[in-house]
Ligand binder design. Structure first.
Ligand code: DGJ
Length: 766
């Protein structure tokens, strides 16, 4: 499936082929069994199949290794029946049956595993939708009305029992990964406006169980992407952001497996992620009857969306998937899905160029000659994109002034940006520029002219953070201003890349210009306008690439990823800290968008000293960038960097597009960390190994590779560091996976990396 995300803006319908999906599946199976088709790594996936059994009123969705089943029960409610590994083609389900009244305290409406439930009757679990009508009624009971199956899409219409409130549940299945995209569209066909106080995209119900473990991601500025795990007990865990943006404190991703037999590569994992860059909420609850359900969408805190007669509200997308191959398999499915179906230009997003960024070298102190000097040095080591960070515009000397005034600072760049851009081009790099479009410093011409353009409550303080306020992008005039200045910037300058920053979260989220009952729409309209600006800019300037940065990783989610080409992983660029940060990142997001700079040592974060080789190897596990102050480098540093940038280019496709195996995670204060990436075509594997400190003379643990073809032969090359002298120059995939490789890492902060190139044999040649 291509570009699922784009349909947030444009909806398209697929055509059926002449065969039914069931016929196609049977045909494919027969051809496989009779040997006419040999499954190969790149075989097109079987199409997703969506079937409805009118007799039982059961819907069944099969895609890749996953089956998802739901049905209409005797009360016309939509009930989840199954989510997990693919079932046999002939397996069927009886009609859904609501739970009986367990006790007068727990009514069927609350114990039945609904696909999507309105707050009404005696519902005590998390509702998907809660509405207040103008007459004070707040009861909503949604029942099945109709459905439509169109290829890999299913729409199910529900309606309240008496009021003209319609909800269309939308499902879209990805044939390649089995990931389902779910969303709900709420429509007001009553005669008056009503207020939506809570709206989820979907509820995911897991098989009944009490041995579940939840994984989720937490963090803060400079320390994003910590993997947390906890048993799911009766009660509720809420992951959320109330910040107006995605936030680093929780990321809108979850994974659930069963405690016990599961590890990185084994066991079943249910996972999901929201595509929304505003305030969001995912609640994970185990109810009184041990049913585990996950409900996610807009954050209900302070939510209130007034829907006029005839209007619709589309919720964010909530993606869900299942892997039988442990949390590692779940991550690989998500990575594949992001690359093939979410990112701009999916399924062929461009590989990330090696970039240089000026921020850690020059801070706000940018000027024409200084940047030209850095550009020359960057080009000499093979950098492909030169990015000038903060400080080039308005009266920006530090973070006290200038945001909002997007003209080139005439003292720093007396001739505009052209001489610098020309210089960068003459060095065979493209040019990127930092912007922070949604912000304003009170010390700016823009704020002096339009103090009413920021989020604020009339007469209340306007809390500054980093000396800046948030422009209310929900306002049409602010949206127009932001789009126009960016469009002009891109029209007037040959810019290939924007680093789009966002350095604070919301406070006092008022919108005094609209009626009080519409003010809370800011939570939705702000993000919609952000998305529409990005989409419009991309349409007008199709070659421009964009990075989502929010003081680090404060805005990384499947919504922004549909409109940006890469994300900033963390302001913490300490290459050792980065092992843990990057490890957490890859649980949910592909290394193909994970920007990782090589910066100076000792690092500003911890004053830790790390070799240049170690810093490079740490960054080479993602999308490589350089952020060091090159004017301080020695000739030896340049030689090392040149060699390693060239090495990176020879493995980047594998790292950015391949299958990632977290062989040893740096979690739980592990002394070691090892990752392996295997290219999509299986021709290359690259392994990175890191040691924190040797202890008591123990050797580095043996590295057992994964994902290789046992029968193929692979030739080993060391990129950096030392391997044991008895390591063969070439051996079978079985040898590398079962006998393994010994890296000779001893001491403090040591690293090694090696590649395996497939040289023959194996399934492909049989
Ligand atoms: C925060 C970003 O994360 C940094 O990389 C840098 O761009 C600064 N903002 C600039 O103000």
């Amino acid at each position: 499936m291509k570009k699922m995300h784009a349909e947030l803006f444009v909806s398209s319908r697929r055509r059926h082929s002449g065969f039914s999906l069931a016929q196609l599946c049977i045909l494919a199976l027969l051809l496989c069994l009779t040997g006419f088709i040999t499954p190969v790594a790149h075989a097109a996936p079987a199409p997703a199949s969506i079937r409805y059994d009118a007799a039982t009123r059961v819907f069944r969705i099969d895609a890749a290794g996953t089956t998802y089943v739901l049905g209409v029960n005797e009360h016309q409610q939509l009930q989840s029946l199954y989510w997990g590994p693919r079932l046999g083609a002939g397996d069927s389900f009886p009609q859904a049956k609501a739970m009986p009244e367990a006790a007068s305290f727990d009514l069927p409406v609350t114990t039945t595993p609904h696909e999507f439930v309105g707050w009404g009757g005696g519902l005590y679990v998390e509702p998907d939708l809660k509405i207040t009508f103008p007459d004070g009624n707040r009861d909503l009971a949604l029942k099945y009305v109709s459905h439509k199956i169109d290829g890999n899409k299913l729409d199910i219409v529900m309606k309240d029992i008496s009021r003209e409130v319609y909800v269309t549940l939308q499902y879209q299945a990805d044939a390649e990964t089995g990931i389902l995209r779910r969303s709900a569209e709420i429509e007001n066909r009553t005669d008056a406006p009503f207020t939506i106080e809570q709206a989820a995209a979907a509820t995911w119900n897991l098989p009944r169980g009490t041995d579940y473990r939840l994984r989720y991601l937490t963090g803060r500025w400079g320390a994003e992407w910590s993997v947390q795990q906890q048993p799911i007990h009766p009660g509720k865990t809420v992951l959320e952001s109330r910040r107006g943006t995605t936030g680093a404190q929780n990321n809108p991703w979850f994974a659930i497996d069963r405690e016990g037999g599961n590890d990185q590569e084994a066991g079943g994992v249910w996972f999901g992620a929201l595509g929304w860059s505003g305030s969001w909420q995912i609640s994970v609850e185990q109810d009184q009857l041990q049913q585990v359900r996950v409900t996610g969408g807009f954050n209900s805190f302070d939510f209130g969306y007034r829907l006029q007669k005839g209007e619709h509200l589309q919720t964010p997308y909530f993606y869900g998937g299942y892997s039988s191959h442990g949390i590692g398999g779940a991550s690989r499915l998500l990575h594949r899905f992001e690359i093939d179906s979410v990112l701009p230009h999916a399924p062929h997003p461009k590989l990330r160029p090696v970039l240089y960024n000026s921020w850690e070298a020059t801070g706000f102190n940018v000027n024409e000659s200084g940047q030209m000097e850095l550009a020359e040095k960057a080009a000499s080591i093979g950098v492909e994109r030169f990015v000038m960070d903060d400080g080039w515009f308005g009266q920006r000397k530090d973070d006290h002034a200038g945001l909002g005034d997007w003209y080139v600072n005439p003292q720093k760049f007396p001739h505009g940006l052209k001489p610098l851009i020309d210089k960068v081009h003459s060095l065979h790099m493209d040019f990127g520029l930092w912007v922070e479009p949604e912000m304003v410093n009170p010390d700016s011409d823009l704020y002096r002219k339009h103090p009413d353009w920021v989020l604020n409550f009339t007469g209340r303080p306007r809390t500054e953070a980093r000396n800046q306020l948030v422009l209310n992008l929900a306002r049409p005039d602010v949206r127009a201003y932001v789009f126009n200045f960016l469009d002009k910037l891109l029209n007037e300058n040959d810019i290939a890349f924007l680093k789009w920053d966002y350095n604070r979260n919301w406070s006092e989220p008022g919108w005094p210009a609209v009626a009080p009952e519409d003010q809370k729409k800011v939570y939705v309209d702000f993000i919609r306008n952000l998305y529409s600006i990005l989409a419009e800019l991309r349409a007008k300037h199709p070659s421009v690439e964009i990075e989502s940065c929010s003081g680090g990783a404060g805005r990384v989610d499947l919504g922004i990823l549909g409109l940006t080409d890469e994300v900033w992983t963390s302001d913490n660029t300490d290459a050792y800290d980065r092992l843990l940060i990057q490890n957490g990142f890859t649980y949910a997001y592909t290394p193909g968008v994970m920007m990782a700079w090589v910066t100076d040592s000792p690092t500003w974060v911890n004053q830790r000293t790390l070799s240049l080789e170690y810093r490079f190897l740490s960054s080479m596990q993602g999308s490589l960038g350089i952020g060091a102050n090159l004017s301080k480098w020695t000739p030896e540093d340049f030689a090392t960097a040149k060699k390693m940038v060239a090495q990176y280019k020879s493995i980047r496709e594998t790292v950015q597009r391949g299958s990632l195996y977290r062989l040893i995670t740096p979690e739980n204060n592990s002394e070691q960390s090892v990752t392996e990436s295997v290219s999509r075509d299986g021709s290359q594997a690259v392994t990175f190994a890191f040691l924190h400190s040797s202890r008591e003379g123990y050797p580095f643990p043996r590295i057992y590779l994964r994902g290789l073809d046992a029968d193929a032969t692979y030739r080993l090359s060391t990129l950096d560091g030392k391997l044991a002298p008895d390591t063969p120059a070439s051996a079978s995939g079985a040898y590398w996976m079962h006998r393994g490789v010994d890296a000779q890492l001893r001491g403090d902060f040591r690293a090694a990396a090696f590649t395996l190139e497939r040289v023959g044999g194996g399934t492909a040649e049989k």
